[in-house]
Design a protein around this ligand. Structure first.
Ligand SMILES: [Zn+2]
Length: 283
């Protein structure tokens, strides 16, 4: 068996017919997932990805599919497509926004009357006006997806707050972050019976103190929004690179995964992208 030397970690937010940022259409998501399946890619669990980082032999065509936040459209559109192709994804949920109530219809059910599809900005507005249920997942939906095996669930904090932007003193920010992490762990434990060592930073923000806070809270595998680096055997679990998936068909994704994982081309491509960004930042 050919073994993986580098594993691409994909990052999604919405799968939805509603237009908006951070959104992949259901047609492109199906193209991507079916394309990966057709090419023989195996979608890892977070535990399998952790084993890979720690040196366990893992098949070459492996990918980790991640989602952030926990939007209702993940249940309505992404879950049935993952199920159709026997693929698996990892979802980092904002535990404080998860609702109660029965599961809602999804697009894998014939003649289902689906919940209204909402774009990213509309979801944000619903959350900020205190009506997250129309935008975010319910615990019953999370449990249903976990049972079927399309998704597994990990922490993305309880509130998704950027404590560093609150203007509070440094110690207060760190105290609030620690509480946020503890609350998310408690919610996952209460509703799913378990909490893992995998954690994703809200808006990708972290610094050295934040990393220590997350590790102190019990998180070891820290997922960033930094795209231009490789997840290799022996890479630091405290800095996992992820590729933001574009709203494109599978050919783009396979090409991007090839660039990301190639032992020679990958590092050159990443360096070039980071150099281009540094020029842009200077301008
Ligand atoms: Zn997020």
């Amino acid at each position: 068996m050919k073994l993986a030397h580098c594993i691409p970690v994909l990052m999604y937010h919405h799968v939805s017919p509603a237009d908006g940022s951070l959104t992949t259409s259901p047609a492109n998501f199906e193209s991507q997932i079916s394309g990966l399946a057709r090419c023989g890619y195996h979608s890892l669990t977070a535990a399998e990805f952790a084993d890979f980082l720690e040196g366990k032999p893992t098949p070459a065509k492996s990918v980790l599919i991640t989602f952030d936040d926990g939007y209702l459209d993940n249940w309505v559109y992404a879950h049935p497509i993952l199920q159709k192709y026997s693929m698996h994804a990892v979802l980092f949920v904002i535990t404080g926004l998860m609702g109660e109530g029965p599961v809602r219809p999804h697009s894998g059910q014939a003649e289902a009357v689906l919940p209204e599809a909402r774009g990213h900005l509309e979801c944000k507005a619903l959350v900020s006006t205190g009506s997250p249920d129309a935008a975010m997942l319910r615990w019953t939906e999370v449990q249903a997806m976990q049972e079927v095996g399309t998704f597994e669930f990990h922490s993305h904090t309880h509130t998704h707050n950027r404590w560093d932007l609150t203007g509070e003193a440094r110690e207060v920010c760190l105290k609030n972050l620690a509480q946020d992490l503890a609350d998310s762990r408690a919610a996952l434990l209460e509703n799913l019976g378990a909490v893992s060592a995998h954690f994703c930073w809200p808006q990708g923000y972290f610094d050295t103190d934040y990393v220590v806070a997350a590790q102190t809270a019990g998180f070891k595998y820290l997922y960033t929004t930094a795209a231009h680096g490789q997840n290799l055997v022996g890479s630091s679990p405290a800095h996992i690179y992820r590729i933001a998936v574009r709203n494109r068909a599978y050919r783009w994704l396979l090409m991007r995964a090839w660039f990301a994982t190639h032992p020679i081309v990958g590092p050159i491509y990443n360096k070039w992208k980071l150099w281009k960004r540094s020029l842009r930042d200077k301008a």
